[in-house]
Ligand binder design. Sequence first.
Ligand code: MEV
Length: 432
Amino acid sequence: MNAAPEGHKRARFYQLSLEERLAVIAEATGLSREELAALSGEAGLTADQADHMIENVVGYHALPLGVAQNFVVNGREVLVPMAIEEPSVVAGASFMAKLARAGGGFTAHTTPPEMIGQMQILDLDDAPLARLKLLEQKEKLLAEVAELDPMLKKLGGGPRDLEVRLIADSPVGTFLAAHLIYDVRDAMGANAVNTAVEYLAPRVEAITGGRVLLRILSNLADRRLARARCTVPLAVLAFDDFSAEEVRDGIIEAWAFAVADPYRAATHNKGIMNGVDAVVLVTGNDWRAVEAGAHAYAARSGRYTSLSTWGADREGNLVGTLEMPMAVGMVGGATRVHPTARAALKLMGVKNAQELAEIIVSVGLAQNLAALRALATEGIQRGHMSLHARQVAIAAGAEGEQVERLAEQLVAEKTVRIDRAEAILQEWKSKS
Ligand code: MEV
């Protein structure tokens, strides 16, 4: 059972203590004591497990783990775990999910989980001829690859196609790039794909008479896309002195800046990745792969641009879409080993990698909306500062209730600096 906390609790989740938040999650999701401990940091990855994951281990590095509220993805309530050091991200996602919820939440889907494995074929006498020879053997090669991983075959995955591209005018002349299209089901897929292209390389050399140098997956996973859309009712956009139309049109104008200008697009897409990476990371997935795929996809037209779109429908509501590669898995690697990653997947109640990708792309869209709404109205600093002030207060040595009080004073004074925070703490100390 995976339901979000009830309405009144959901709205006040951020005001609860850490223990109370965990209790709300336990009640809503039925997570076990061990799983809750893995989320809270009480348990989680052990040094021994870490030692088996990478080399030269001396410990592990912790990040704050928050749970975004209000998300409805494809009609299902979902609590979204996010691991991130930046203030405002979890709050922004939760608030925008609430606005989107008023319009039915997020509708998301994915294309099949097809990854691309590349082989670079050099030293060819006649590259176009070698290309055809390889394509003539396609069915035979795919049939061989299909037997490499019986488990994947059983699950309905396996090779789907072999494409051969001619790369002319490279610094080392003309060569071929063969692409093995491989359905990796619920895996991220790097291992399966790399195994398959390494297996194919000698066969490809025999067929083409060339030399296969690189055999590696491409992170431009443009066959494995995740798409999300949302409609935010016009009425919920107004706040403070800003009319709903002003907010909507400001968001669309802000988006247009990212469409037209790579300098702005990089920051715009970074805002999307604030949400995407936080969920990719907490589920033990490879966020560098997702980052690389996102930015390469944003540049696919030859000019780097926005990954999202924003516009208005006939009724004047704000409509947003996001499409990006999403190479995330639920089996293998850290996703399987890391107790927090397992608990995070359980918290979301996802059954397969495609459902996970659908949630992640929805969070990316929510995060983009949060940034554009703030930027197009009051600016980013107001919201950012109060959260940043808490970090400064903690860094200055504030404890317990002092943290909130000190943060409020720093914001009120418009001086969110550690030296001032230390001075205030000193004043309080001398008075007590
Ligand atoms: C900050 O982490 C992200 C933003 O810069 C994104 C944006 O500008 O759209 C606020």
